[in-house]
Design a protein around this ligand. Structure first.
Ligand SMILES: Cc1ncc(COP(=O)(O)O)c(C=O)c1O
Length: 388
């Protein structure tokens, strides 16, 4: 097989003519920033995941930040979170001055280990921020039961898991969370360029999030302190941000949502093929899909064991050299220099550390043609054989 002229990336968007037409038509309309398309996108998103409310925003990081504010986190508070996620999950806790407390991961799903959560709860613990890693839901029922027992808020980071299902509940329906956050970065399940959202079933959170997204300002007559003013009147009732999504982005998102089921089906098909082809590879562990879950394969992570694990760097480089844009998701957050300066240590989370040293993410995205899937399969098999 020939090495492809361009490296096959681990993830990539799929934009069609429908998206181009929709965006162009917004460009010619009256609204460029947040307007009717954002509302339409929010309604479609809420319907898709089965939540009462969806609030679109600038990106997934902004969504996590506003979720942290909306639940009222304060500087003395602690938030239980996962060491294996994108940095944004725990950074959102730092943004509001609260303290992330890392709970090690489940070595099977790489999501937060629900059985370890209760040990880390103190009088200061206010919330749990966790990620459905790679697109596989965390142990939602257990997390939910613990949170209710200890009066903790739950923020589920679903940047990877839009479309996933846990015990017949769609991720984002907030059956087991106070808020679920999404990212629409181009490598995610749908894209709006940059973009994000929060879903919730709580009307108070919804109202507050809408204001926080736009400088903390409200014009809602029912919420104004001064009700005697005229139609020009608005009030800033708390410190908010400009975290708006634009109508241009929302138009893109609306078209992407229409294709969402096909995108998901394609990801699952590629994952099935990888699993079938790699099932006999010695010292290579494959992603697991628990019975009660539907995995959505934002990432397809293989984990190298034994001799292969020792040679991960060489294997990674060889795959890159042969045209496969492999990545590592992720380096444990507490191992980052910034977090180490705050006193965190990666060694405190041995499962996360062991996982991170063994992981390689292979390309998986809906637009990936069969010939590229076949190329990845053949190359991975060749390289694994070479280093075994
Ligand atoms: C798990 C997770 N959370 C949060 C984010 C942040 O999303 P965004 O890039 O849209 O800010 C990402 C994005 O990569 C992510 O993977």
């Amino acid at each position: 097989m020939k090495i492809p002229p361009k490296k096959i990336p681990y993830g990539k968007q799929w934009i069609g003519n429908e998206e181009v037409r929709a965006v162009t038509s917004v460009l010619r309309s009256d609204f460029l920033t947040q307007g009717p398309k954002v509302r339409e996108f929010e309604t479609a998103l809420a319907r898709k995941v089965g939540a009462k409310y969806a609030i679109a925003m600038a990106n997934g990081t902004a969504a996590l930040h506003l979720a942290a504010i909306a639940i009222g986190l304060k500087p003395s508070d602690e938030v239980l979170t996962t060491p294996i996620s994108f940095l944004a999950t725990s950074n959102a806790v730092l943004y509001v001055g609260a303290k992330p407390v890392f709970v090690d991961i489940d070595p099977v799903t790489q999501c937060i280990d629900a059985s370890q959560i209760e040990k880390k709860i103190t009088a200061r613990t206010k919330a749990i921020f966790f990620t459905d890693f790679a697109g596989h839901p965390a142990e939602l029922k257990t997390i939910f039961a613990i949170a209710r027992r200890h009066k903790l808020k739950i923020v589920e980071d679903a940047a990877h898991s839009f479309g996933a299902v846990y015990c017949h509940s769609k991720i984002g329906s907030c059956r087991y969370a106070d808020m679920t956050t999404f990212s629409f970065h181009p490598v995610k399940h749908i894209t709006t360029g940059e973009g994000g959202a929060i879903t919730t079933n709580d009307q108070k959170l919804y109202t507050r999030l809408c204001a926080l997204r736009a400088h903390g300002v409200t014009r809602d007559p029912g919420r104004l302190h001064d009700k005697k003013q005229g139609g020009w009147y608005y009030e800033m009732q708390e410190l908010g941000f400009n975290y708006r999504l634009t109508d241009i982005q929302a138009a893109l998102g609306i078209e992407q949502l229409k294709k969402f089921d096909a995108f998901v089906a394609r990801r699952r098909k590629i994952a099935e093929k990888y699993k079938k082809e790699f099932r006999n590879l010695q010292n290579v562990l494959l992603p697991v899909e628990k019975m009660e879950c539907k995995h959505i394969y934002h990432l397809f992570v293989i984990r190298l064991q034994g001799r292969l694990a020792e040679r991960r760097k060489a294997i990674f480089e060889e795959l890159q050299r042969r045209g496969i844009g492999v990545q590592v998701h992720y380096i444990p957050i507490p191992a980052q220099p910034y977090y180490r300066k705050l006193g965190y240590r990666a060694a405190d989370h041995s499962n996360a550390q062991a996982y991170s040293r063994s992981a390689i993410s292979l390309p998986i995205f809906p637009k990936m043609p069969d010939r590229e899937v076949d190329f990845v399969i053949k190359t991975v098999k060749d390289v694994v054989r070479l280093y075994s």
